[in-house]
Design a protein around this ligand. Sequence first.
Ligand SMILES: NC(=O)c1ccc[n+]([C@@H]2O[C@H](COP(=O)([O-])OP(=O)(O)OC[C@H]3O[C@@H](n4cnc5c(N)ncnc54)[C@H](O)[C@@H]3O)[C@@H](O)[C@H]2O)c1
Ligand SMILES: O=C(O)C(=O)C[C@@H](O)[C@H](O)[C@H](O)COP(=O)(O)O
Ligand SMILES: [Zn+2]
Length: 361
Amino acid sequence: MERILVKASKHSYPIFIGENIRFRLNKLIEKKYSSILIVSDEKVAELYVNDIVTNFPDEKVFQSIIPVGEQSKRLEYYYQLQTDAIQFGLDRESLIIALGGGVVGDLAGFAAATYMRGIDYIQMPTTILAHDSSVGGKVAINHELGKNLIGSFYPPAAVVYDTQSLETLSEKDIRSGYAELVKEALIADEVFFNKLLNVNLINVKNNQLEEHLSAGIKIKSSVVEIDEQESGVRKNLNLGHTLGHALEAELGYGEITHGEAVAIGLLFSLHVSESTFSSKLPYDSTFQWLKKNNYPLNILQLNEDSIIKKMKTDKKTLNNTIQMVLLKEIGKPIVQEINDYDMKIYLKSFTKKLEIASLVE
Ligand SMILES: NC(=O)c1ccc[n+]([C@@H]2O[C@H](COP(=O)([O-])OP(=O)(O)OC[C@H]3O[C@@H](n4cnc5c(N)ncnc54)[C@H](O)[C@@H]3O)[C@@H](O)[C@H]2O)c1
Ligand SMILES: O=C(O)C(=O)C[C@@H](O)[C@H](O)[C@H](O)COP(=O)(O)O
Ligand SMILES: [Zn+2]
């Protein structure tokens, strides 16, 4: 088992990564809690919730199970969790366990951040993507008008990542999770990036996956330790998200996964970066890798004005001007202001490039 300690403003917290560690959860938690609420989605609950419950034979353990998917990361389910917490009698010494992917982690984390003004919660990520969402304390729900617009920075008490639970993931969710790994590699580590571009996602080996997750988590945690509340370098973790989040909201939450949207967003960032800095970046190799691994890249019918409006709900936006993370080179991200006129040109040239590439197939 690997243990990484993350320093946060409220407290430091450990990330435990290892196979089958969900069965040792009670040994990994140091504190005794008055009661425990496990939050999970229907699919994950069916697979793993009993493994978590059996850790606590002598405690009061409750469950709140939400429907699967991005649509659950909204006010209605946030309110449902608060109602459950009140009705189950959770107090200030209670614990919430977020067992699932980023949807469960963001929603349950935000519920924990606000229930009785804040109680402890533990992230138990069960997707590859959640190596990112479970670390750093960003918790939130979506608004119809924009992603993650209602939320907080609220670090977990611990992250317990059982890599064995990843064996049940679908191809789509493996793909989705790898987009955030590629993002981390692009902002911080060219060697890691080149390694990822050699991976074939349908037969990625367990030891390879663990190596990638550990590398991704180290990049993520080192950034959030320096800038927990995103006044500076943490913005770089948003590479690919200005367009990615806009696509998720524009197409309807859940129509495209977060990672798939981020993958398109990464490609767009490379496109804009190449034009802005007149430099050669790995647009072509990234495109080829995404295509080979079946990422959906067919976003040809974009309404640019509507997308730009959605991009402006991005939390990096200042004075109604879009701020986008670009790359000067791999490992050298920079936040750049882009006006609406230029953005429209970039969106048009990007979709044209994708259209031409789809004709060449
Ligand atoms: N807080 C952050 O810093 C941060 C970072 C990145 C992403 N996010 C958020 O994370 C969310 C996306 O997370 P996600 O991709 O994990 O989505 P998700 O939570 O919806 O999980 C994806 C799918 O995988 C299923 N699943 C989960 N674990 C499984 C397992 N072990 N076996 C089989 N199926 C399993 C789920 O039921 C779901 O159908 C988005 O809302 C995004 O905004 C947050
Ligand atoms: O941790 C961060 O910071 C990130 O930007 C990680 C992203 O992968 C993640 O999707 C995050 O939720 C986006 O944050 P937001 O502030 O743009 O909502
Ligand atoms: Zn993300």
